[in-house]
Design a protein around this ligand. Structure first.
Ligand SMILES: Cc1ncc(COP(=O)(O)O)c(C=O)c1O
Length: 307
């Protein structure tokens, strides 16, 4: 359950949590057209709160809106301010932020071009998405029987609401079979990503991650980790990965705003490396946490301070 906070930003105003309601004929509720983001704000070791890569998330939100014809009536600056305002009004020093742009009620039927495009931002407290223990010891994963949406079926660059039925089915299948997370391949068998995370493997000291030309979300954490890994002197290749390479990897991990950097210790009951967080994963996870909430100030351009 999400813990209630005081206010939700809805259509330019902060309204009480219990008053942030929409009609049951909300178009997006029926057909899934709409854009959203997941953003984290952390309290850093100096006590100040910074939102991580806020502008990049809002840019991706607006890209998604463009891709799916749900252009909000708010500008980039207004959306950035809406996120900061929501955190301030709720006196939150750490939070997960969820901006969402959706098609409101009006006409029914899938076309409905004149329905209002509505925008909201909600913040809640969210710990480690794949569990604290998962962050430390690694998680067990299963290759999903569901394929990742084919390039002809979806819009991988879009963080679009409706596409998440694919993720939800895969996640539920994995959890119901006793695993922590799903890994989705595309219809030609290439490794894509987790249900809500990008994936990396380590082999012989090099990092590999699927390229943006396959059906994956262009993860902001993925890009962050590629940058940090190169700064650490590691070689990162964005190239196609097949299932066998996953099974034979020395290390594997997921990246995502929610999942942060979560080691993978098992894929389809095969132990990855030594079945625990590997040295390169540990190094990158540490660096990531230092940058997002520690005292590493090497990327000030990624931080938007609340005050
Ligand atoms: C399907 C999917 N892939 C990857 C990611 C990771 O993206 P990011 O690092 O921008 O949070 C997410 C999370 O938003 C996701 O939902």
């Amino acid at each position: 359950m999400v813990d209630k906070v005081k206010k939700i930003w809805l259509e330019g105003e902060l309204v009480d949590w219990d008053e942030a309601k929409v009609h049951v004929l909300t178009h997006s509720l029926h057909y899934g057209l709409g854009a959203f983001e997941g953003i984290r704000a952390y309290r850093r070791t100096d006590g100040r709160t910074a939102v991580f890569r806020l502008r990049e998330h809002i840019d991706r939100l607006l890209d998604t809106c463009k891709l799916v014809f749900t252009v909000p009536r708010f500008s980039r600056t207004q959306l950035v301010d809406a996120c900061l305002h929501t955190l301030r009004e709720n006196a939150m020093d750490e939070a997960y932020l969820r901006p969402l742009v959706f098609v409101g009620d009006g006409a029914m039927g899938v076309f409905a071009p004149d329905n209002p495009i509505r925008t909201m931002v909600v913040a809640w407290r969210w710990g480690a998405y794949l569990g604290k223990e998962g962050l430390e010891k690694g998680i067990r994963t299963k290759i999903s029987s569901w394929s990742r949406n084919h390039l002809h079926v979806g819009l991988p660059r879009a963080k679009m609401m409706g596409q998440y039925t694919n993720s939800t089915l895969a996640k539920r299948e994995a959890r119901m079979a006793g695993y922590d997370e799903a890994i989705l391949l595309d219809t030609s068998g290439q490794v894509c990503e987790g249900s809500g995370e990008n994936i990396f493997i380590v082999k012989n000291g090099r990092l590999y991650t699927p390229p943006l030309s396959v059906s994956i979300l262009a993860g902001i954490t993925r890009e962050t980790i590629i940058t940090l890994a190169r700064e650490e002197g590691l070689t990162v290749s964005e190239e196609p990965i097949i299932r066998d390479q996953l099974y034979l990897a020395d290390e594997a991990f997921f990246t995502g705003t929610a999942a942060e950097v979560t080691p993978i210790r098992e894929v389809d009951d095969r132990t990855i490396g030594e079945g625990k967080i590997g040295p390169i994963t540990r190094r990158l996870q540490q660096r990531y946490f230092d940058v997002v909430k520690g005292s590493d100030d090497s990327h000030p351009e990624w931080l938007t301070y609340l005050r």
